[in-house]
Each structure stands twice: as C-alpha cells, then as structure tokens.
Design a protein around this ligand. Structure first.
Ligand code: GLU
Length: 411
C-alpha cells in the first residue's frame, strides 16, 4: 500500500484495537481534527504573481498543542500532510512530549526560487495560517527543504502579526533568535542512538559496522558524519541524482565538504550506482533518510541489511514491513527513529518559554534519555504483545493520546 494516509490509518486502527479501544476512538484518531488549506499569492522577482497552495494539518490536541514541521516540496499533497501530522502525534507520544501532532506543507520547489521569493512565501504562509497556530496552539518547525532561515522569517512575521516577540511560536530557529543548541543535528543524533541500541541487540560492534544511508539532506549528512566519527564504515550514500558506493567506506568529510545546501553531491562523481541498487547493498545497517515508499514489497525480499533504521518519514510500505519482519531484519520504525528532531524542538520551546538556555551537553544528555526510554518502551511492547516493531511503535505512540481523549470526555 503506497498511500501513506491509508496505510497509517490501518496501523492506527490495529494499535487502538490492541489497546482495547472501540470504533469511536478509531474514528476520531484516524483523521486529523483540523485541516486548513490556504492559497498564498507571492510576488516573484520578475514582477509576476504566483499563487501557491499550502496546508496545515492538526491531528489531535488532547495532550497539548500540536507540533510539527512545514515542508516546501513539489510533491506535497493534502493526504501526505494529514499522514505526516498523525506521525507527529506518534513521535510525540513515544517520546512522551506534551504535544499532539501537526504538520504543514506548501506545494513549491525551493530549488527554483530565489532567496527573496522564499522569504515572501514563508511570510505569506504564516499570514495564511496565523489564526490556527501559536506557541500554545500549534508550533511549526523545519521539515523537508525548510531550514532555520525560513523559521526566522516565519517567526518574525508571526511576531509582527501578534505585536509581541514570540520565539516559542516556532522551533528550529537560528540560535541568536532563540534556537536551541543541538537542534540542527538532533534528528541525526537520535538516529545514532537508535543505531547503537539496534547494533547491541544484534551483537554487531560499531567499529567497522557497514552503514548505508539513502539521502544526504539534514538527517542523512549529519548521520554520515557521526557514523564516520564513531568508526563505522559508511559504504553507501545517495541523493536525488544517484548513489555512491565503496565497500571499504566512503570519505565522508570530503563528501560533506562538497555537498550543496540541498544535499546534492553525487553529480560531482562519474561512477555512481542507482538509488535502487543502494538499498540492496550488503550492509549491517540501512538508513532510509530521504522520502516515502522506498522499501516496497518489490525490493524488500532483496534487502541485505541486518537492521533498518528509518530516519525518513514513511520510507517503508506496510507490505514491506511484513516481509522485513518475517526475514528477521530488525526494524526501528520512523516514528521512533526520527523523533530526535521534535524532542530537541520541545527543548527549544521549553527554553523559549522559560527564557533560560541550556548548554549543548545538557541537550544531548536529555535527548539520549528520551530516545532510549522510547526505544525500550517500543521494544518491550514488541516482545510482550508479540507485534512487529511498527505496530509496537504505534501502540506506544497513541496510548497517551487515547487516554487524554478519554479523560477529556471526547469519546
Ligand atoms: N519535521 C521534523 C519531524 O518530522 C521535526 C518536527 C519538529 O521539530 O517539530 O519530526
């Protein structure tokens, strides 16, 4: 099933049933409670006006305000944004953050826009959704092809609208504007912690472990750096143009040096392999860190990794999850593996609210505690309830939300 919303709904339903909830709870939580579609007119540099379509989806706010990134990408759809907001609820639930899930997106291609056009689009998006977002309502953050500069424009626009400084409106900001230390690297740090836990379970030492990473964006590139520094061998990486492979390990510092701001690097090398070939390389850990639906029932039987750690949102279909589980490959699902970003976003929001800022070490230590606790909870559900790791993660992720809904008397 490649429809990300439908496959999410299937697992949400299974999770709630296993937790003992009825159809009323399933009906409430399988769809976002609110979805806003907006049209954003943007004056382009050549004087023309282009009208962009954007979304903000809020899954459920029974636990607290909704939280999640805004992506700028040509393939954004309403369904995808809805699914992504549900996944954010699950991440927040697994990490035990006081948030529900939210997500936004704008259909656009930032690679083809100028800096000023991007600024106008970012500000236009905030004006369009301003009524339903805010530090105690719904807190945006970076996602695919949005970054700290875009967060800065969005925060500035929101502060103008509200007529007061509101750093807690958005996370992933530059440090000088109230961003948190460690936020930029947080998703990758979280993935590293999960890789360590998974390697321990499989009795594979990190030293020399063969790692393949699909995607060289924010998560993929920092992950490659940290794995390289930890003594693992990063034998394959890829970007949208293709993939690079070296069985003895790639020269990651060199590739990081040559990478552009969108994560492109393979176009600089004559000898590349395809993204499909990359996924099937013989390795210890495969990390899909790019986009959805990369591991499918078609290629899952040929995956040679012992461990798959999903740094991207939704990289594996449900059919592929079944095949991977049956083949004994240890899967660390997206809603657990990629929770590091929102965890440090939570720290950023807490620091903004209290006006007192923590050092990098404190952030790292707190992140580690939350990631490992999340992993242990999911793994225990997997063992005791005899469900696959994805269903275990969904059960862990939705449990608190369903309880909060009950207490509030909504269902
Ligand atoms: N966009 C990131 C995610 O998918 C981070 C969200 C956040 O920091 O709120 O988890």
């Amino acid at each position: 099933m490649s429809d990300v919303l439908e496959s999410t709904q299937v697992v949400i339903e299974q999770a709630l049933k296993r937790l003992g909830y009825g159809q009323d709870m399933i009906d409430l939580l399988k769809e976002p409670m609110r979805l806003l579609t907006v049209r954003i007119p943007v004056r382009m540099d050549d004087g023309s006006t282009v009208v962009f379509t954007g979304y903000r989806s809020q899954h459920n706010d029974s636990v607290g305000p909704t939280k999640g990134g805004v992506r700028f990408h040509p393939a954004v759809t309403e369904k995808e944004v809805k699914a992504l907001s549900i996944w954010m609820s699950l991440k927040c639930g697994i990490a035990d953050l006081p948030y529900g899930g939210g997500k936004g997106g704008v259909i656009c291609d930032p690679r083809k826009m100028s800096f000023r056009e991007l600024e106008r689009l970012s500000r236009g998006y905030v004006r369009a959704v301003s009524q339903i977002v805010g530090p105690t309502k719904d807190i945006p953050a970076p996602d695919v092809m949005t970054n700290s500069q875009i967060m800065a424009w969005m925060m500035d626009e929101y502060s103008h609208i509200r007529e007061f400084d509101s750093p807690g409106f958005i996370t992933g900001k530059p440090i000088v504007l109230g961003g948190s230390k460690g936020r930029e690297t947080a998703t990758a740090r979280g993935v590293v912690i999960m890789i360590h836990e998974a390697l321990k379970l499989k009795n594979i030492p990190i030293e020399g472990a063969r790692i393949v990473i699909q995607g060289f964006g924010n998560a993929g590139s920092f992950l490659a750096k940290f794995m390289y520094e930890a003594g693992a061998r990063v034998i394959g990486i890829s970007d949208v143009n293709g993939a690079l492979y070296n069985k003895d390990g790639l020269d990651i510092p060199h590739l990081l040096d040559r990478r552009d701001s969108f994560g492109n690097v393979t176009n600089l090398y004559p000898k590349t392999i395809s993204n499909e070939e990359l996924l099937e390389l013989d390795c210890d850990v495969l990390v899909p860190a790019a986009i959805e639906n990369q591991i499918t029932e078609e290629n899952a039987p040929r995956i040679q990794a012992s461990i798959i750690v999903e740094a991207a949102n939704g990289p594996t279909t449900l059919e592929a999850t079944k095949i991977i589980t049956e083949r004994g490959i240890l899967l660390i699902p997206d809603v657990l593996a990629s929770a590091g970003g929102v965890i440090v976003s939570y720290f950023e929001w807490v620091q903004n609210n209290q006006g007192y800022y923590w050092g990098e070490q404190e952030i790292d230590d707190k992140l580690r505690v939350m990631m490992i606790r999340g992993f242990e909870n999911v793994y225990e559900i997997h063992l005791t309830r005899k469900v696959d790791m994805r269903l275990a993660a969904y059960m862990s992720g939705v449990r608190k939300m369903a309880e909060a809904v009950r207490y509030r008397g909504w269902v």
